[in-house]
Design a protein around this ligand. Structure first.
Ligand SMILES: Nc1nc2c(ncn2[C@@H]2O[C@H](COP(=O)(O)OP(=O)(O)OP(=O)(O)O)[C@@H](O)[C@H]2O)c(=O)[nH]1
Ligand SMILES: [Mg+2]
Length: 587
């Protein structure tokens, strides 16, 4: 299926054309039929000579209803620009064309209607000249009369040619269905409709409401008036939502593939229309079917930051339109450059930001995003509309290569510094390094560690740890069980022998940081050193060997070499009278 929107001045025959082509009435409201004027969007479809189906979104031409027109055109990639032969180019012909151009609609046909009332050629020539100056370029032109039927077969053939040129949809892309209607059907509940531009919907799917993030479930689907278990892009689709009250959804909301879009109220954009300095402070941003008030902050000559009155699921590269509702004119198209821009705190930040935006064009640029963001989760990038390639450095974190190399150097420095400042600790806690380096995830610290550094038991250590043989590990575990509550009692030599801990095994355990050796056959658990300093720091200073021995609840066999080790590490200092003081109080 293809979806094409109409465009053109009021009363130029858009709805009549759609009705004639499809046999369906696009003006759904009694008031519209009574007044002979389209107010809101209309929907109809027909089969083309090729056998393909084209669905029309019929828009109102009256200048008062331009916001409705924009909601219909926003998600649609192609347009039928309708001009009446007897009236030619008129103000909303121009305004609608400007809107199509702003939104980046690049495919279309020119249909000169009411060809039975006047020579269509002058109107066609004028319109073609106007259209040629936009993204639509040279368009095929067909003159028709709904009264005589002249030109209609040619128009059907031209629609087929247009359809053949439209870009192929991405049926596997994430769903972002902009809601253009919501209503209630008795017995079924809330139904919303929209133009599905990418992805597929299935009955039973869970989706996310863009406005609130809440989860909704698809109870039923229809396309072209027929119930279907699944609908793939491109399609007009009606979605029946289970248990969602109608007041939760309105035109301008969107149904999203869960977790696949970044909902943002802050975007940096490039302007295609008026210069940034000429814009009013508040405008309405039209994108998809949404119309949201936006506060405008100029950054550069053609770049601004928009703060939106409510968050929208925007992607880098999205096209939108800024419009002044009071002046009733299109200020111009915008291209979304950044959907998660940095705050502008310090002086000069806006100018610096403008310089960054100067280098962006709305085409997703992975390397550039990494350069600017340094570290970012792959899922977050793809939520912004930047396709992700390459290998994460850890988890799903992607890093700018230069930044990552700098972090690696800093990690080595921080480990050395921690060792200087905490000489009694075995290595540096990963969490301390995470904080020092300002990293969002410990996995990143671990990924930065290179030989000869190692990660062992939550610490980055300088010593290479060989994995201990299983019997040694078991013996150390026994010591921990037996001596854990008496940390300064060392196992006697015969107990060590019973446990199978000879000089060689003790050496391995010490190298692995599993035991602390004070003297031959005198070992403690490695935390004992820090604990001892804590206990000793609680004594009246200076303290004697005997006071230390009692406070530590141990024997001279342990106390003497323990204090000597602490002296060597600078944690205690021995005074001339053999008493000691604690130098470094451990936190
Ligand atoms: N003679 C003649 N009249 C036409 C033709 N097409 C449309 N009309 C008449 O033009 C008037 C306006 O037609 P609509 O189809 O309502 O125009 P529209 O563009 O949909 O108008 P809005 O939706 O209000 O913007 C109606 O009275 C139609 O009958 C045509 O080919 N020939
Ligand atoms: Mg109409």
């Amino acid at each position: 299926m293809w979806v094409v929107a109409t465009a053109g001045h009021v009363d130029h025959g858009k709805s009549t054309l759609v009705r004639t082509l499809t046999g369906m009435e696009p003006d759904r409201w009694a008031e519209e039929r009574h007044r002979g004027m389209t107010i809101d969007l209309g929907f109809a479809w027909t089969t083309l000579p090729s056998g393909g189906t084209v669905a029309f979104v019929d828009v109102p031409g009256h200048e008062r209803f331009v916001p409705n027109m924009l909601a219909g055109v926003g998600p649609v990639p192609a347009a039928l620009i309708v001009v009446a032969a007897d009236e030619s180019w008129m103000p909303q012909s121009a305004e609608h064309l400007a809107a199509l151009d702003a939104l980046g609609v690049a495919y279309g046909l020119l249909v000169v209607t009411r060809a039975d009332l006047a020579d269509p050629e002058p109107a066609a020539a004028r319109a073609r000249a106007e259209i040629a100056a936009t993204a639509l370029g040279d368009v095929e032109t067909v003159a028709v009369s709904a009264v005589t039927g002249a030109g209609l077969p040619r128009l059907r053939a031209a629609l087929d040619r247009l359809a053949a040129r439209l870009p192929a949809p991405d049926p596997d892309g994430p769903v972002r269905l902009w809601v253009d209607r919501s209503f209630t059907i008795r017995g079924s509940g809330t139904v919303v409709t929209g133009t599905l531009g990418a992805g597929r919907l299935r009955v039973g799917d869970e989706l996310e409401l863009a406005a609130t993030g809440e989860t909704v479930r698809v109870r039923g689907l229809q396309s072209l008036g027929v119930a279907r278990p699944e609908v793939a892009a491109v399609a007009r689709v009606a979605v029946n939502l289970r248990g969602t009250p109608r007041d939760r959804l309105a035109r301008g909301d969107a149904l999203l593939a869960p977790g696949r879009f970044h909902r943002t109220d802050l975007v940096d954009v490039r302007l295609a229309g008026d210069p940034a300095a000429d814009l009013p402070a508040t405008l309405t941003l039209h994108v998809g079917s949404a119309a949201v008030p936006a506060h405008v902050r100029p950054l550069g000559p053609d770049t601004v930051r928009l703060r939106l009155a409510r968050p929208l699921p925007l992607l880098v590269g999205d096209r939108a339109l800024l419009r002044d509702p009071g002046r009733r004119h299109v200020s111009g198209g915008v291209t979304v450059l950044d959907v998660a821009p940095p705050p502008l705190g310090r002086r000069g930040a806006a100018a610096a930001r403008a310089a960054v935006l100067d280098g962006l064009d709305g085409r997703p640029d992975l390397a550039g995003e990494l350069r600017r963001r340094h570290l970012v989760r792959a899922a977050d990038l793809s939520r912004m509309g930047v396709p992700v390639a390459g290998t994460p450095v850890a988890g799903d974190w992607l890093a700018d290569p230069d930044h990552w190399a700098r972090l690696g150097t800093r990690l080595v420095d921080e480990v050395a510094r921690h060792a200087r400042e905490h000489p009694l600790e075995h290595g540096t806690p990963v969490e301390a390094l995470r904080q020092r380096l300002g990293l969002p995830d410990r996995a990143l610290v671990e990924a930065l560690v290179r030989a000869p550094l190692r990660v062992h038991a939550g610490r980055v250590t300088a010593a290479a740890h060989d994995t201990l043989p299983e019997p040694v590990t078991r013996a150390v575990r026994r010591i921990r069980e037996e001596y854990g509550d008496r940390p300064f009692r060392a196992p006697e030599a015969d107990r060590l022998a019973d446990l199978g801990l000879g000089p060689r095994e003790i050496g391995a355990a010490v190298r692995a940081g599993a035991l602390l050796k004070l003297a031959d056959n005198v070992v403690l658990l490695p935390d004992a050193l820090d604990d001892a300093v804590r206990v000793l720091a609680g004594l009246p200073q200076p303290f004697t060997l005997s006071a230390a021995r009692q406070a530590l609840d141990t024997t001279r066999r342990v106390a003497v070499p323990l204090l000597e080790l602490l002296d060597r590490r600078g944690a205690t200092r021995r005074l001339p009278d053999d008493a000691r003081v604690v130098v470094t109080a451990r936190p």
